[in-house]
Design a binder for this molecule. Structure first.
Ligand SMILES: Cc1cc2nc3c(=O)[nH]c(=O)nc-3n(C[C@H](O)[C@H](O)[C@H](O)COP(=O)(O)OP(=O)(O)OC[C@H]3O[C@@H](n4cnc5c(N)ncnc54)[C@H](O)[C@@H]3O)c2cc1C
Length: 309
């Protein structure tokens, strides 16, 4: 395929392993990894890329299991050139490669409340695509505009309506790459906003295995909602509870384990393969179904091919 690929100014690597680009540190090679130099480079590459080549835009891999056989696609990962953050009044515009935590901090410095992004370890591209949220706030609540490069290489602005946000999901045109997003947060006192973020970080450290390699919540809560922290959240059937009831807290397979600290966190204890992680997740789903009749749905995205025998 390489003869057919456009020659970009950015970095194009063939058969690039993806394990070091995901939080779980697993995953086989992508056919190609493309790190565009800037928007024009990305546009040119997308325009010239044969229409049948699959592209997969990747953030910082905090919600992904890439299978051990890798991805038959060109993975596009944005870096420098796509991570600017600017604040004007209560409007914050961030490049898709900017980390959620950086955006939250910079917004707080300027007295804008995007504090919920502080403890989510992804990038803005991933936050928009996944409608990331916690502590009662979601990306959908604050997003005003998202800018993409279409599969044909055109720059296009999308409205929140275009994105059709749902629980941990939004719609993007096929093959599109998000390049930036504009948010509007409410006003707050910078000191109070920073104090709230510090408290939320502490709460995470107390209740979740934040020092381990994970991809966050493994399964959706059975009611289809995450624990929002809202007083009116009556969806109290939690994934961690049904996993506990099935006796799977701490269960392991190869190097994969359901965290003893939080049973809905699947962790790589150091030697896990993607097959270990996915296999353990499937075993948990089976045991939960047997004990409670509930079918757990994956929240972590699983992509790519298993290793061939
Ligand atoms: C410890 C831990 C805690 C977590 N807690 C939370 C939480 O509280 N709330 C929550 O919502 N999530 C949480 N997550 C999950 C994860 O951080 C979020 O889903 C995050 O938004 C994913 O962002 P990412 O950049 O890592 O995206 P990736 O995992 O790389 O990709 C996720 C999806 O986004 C798409 N995507 C990424 N960038 C782009 C782009 N530029 N253009 C188009 N598509 C793109 C990918 O194609 C893929 O479909 C947690 C994860 C961990 C490890």
């Amino acid at each position: 395929m390489d003869q057919l690929l456009p020659k970009p100014r950015g970095k194009l690597s063939e058969k690039r392993a993806l394990n070091d680009l995901t939080w779980l540190r697993v995953g086989g090679p992508a056919d190609y990894l493309f790190q565009p130099a800037d928007i024009e480079d990305l546009q040119h590459f997308m325009k010239e890329l044969p229409a049948d080549v699959v592209i997969f835009p990747m953030g910082v891999g905090s919600n992904l299991i890439v299978r051990d056989g890798g991805l038959r696609a060109v993975v596009i990962r944005l870096g420098r050139g796509f991570n600017g953050i600017s604040v004007e009044g209560n409007t914050v515009t961030a490049g898709a490669a900017a980390l959620d935590a950086h955006v939250a901090r910079k917004a707080a410095d300027a007295g804008v409340d995007l504090t919920f992004l502080r403890t989510i370890p992804g990038s803005i591209g991933g936050a928009v695509r996944m409608n990331a949220g916690c502590y009662g706030s979601y990306t959908a609540d604050v997003l005003r505009k998202a800018t993409i490069v279409t599969r044909q290489g055109e720059v296009l602005d999308l409205t929140p309506e275009d994105l059709n946000f749902r629980y941990r999901q939004s719609d993007l045109p096929d093959g599109a790459v998000l390049i930036s997003a504009t948010f509007e947060g409410s006003s707050g006192d910078p000191e109070e906003l920073h104090a709230r973020m510090a408290a939320q970080l502490q709460k995470r450290d107390e209740t979740q295995p934040t020092k381990d390699r994970s991809a966050g919540s493994t399964f959706r809560n059975p009611a289809g909602f995450s624990s929002t922290g809202r007083a009116d959240d009556v969806h109290d059937l939690k994934a961690w509870k049904v996993i506990d009831d099935a006796g799977m807290r701490g269960a392991s397979l190869g190097g994969a384990q359901m965290s003893p600290k939080h049973s809905n966190f699947l962790i790589n204890t150091g030697t896990a393969t993607a097959a270990d992680l996915e296999g353990l997740g499937e075993e948990v789903r089976k045991k939960v179904y047997e004990t409670s009749g509930i079918t757990l749905e994956w929240e972590i995205m699983r992509i790519g091919d298993p290793l061939k025998e």
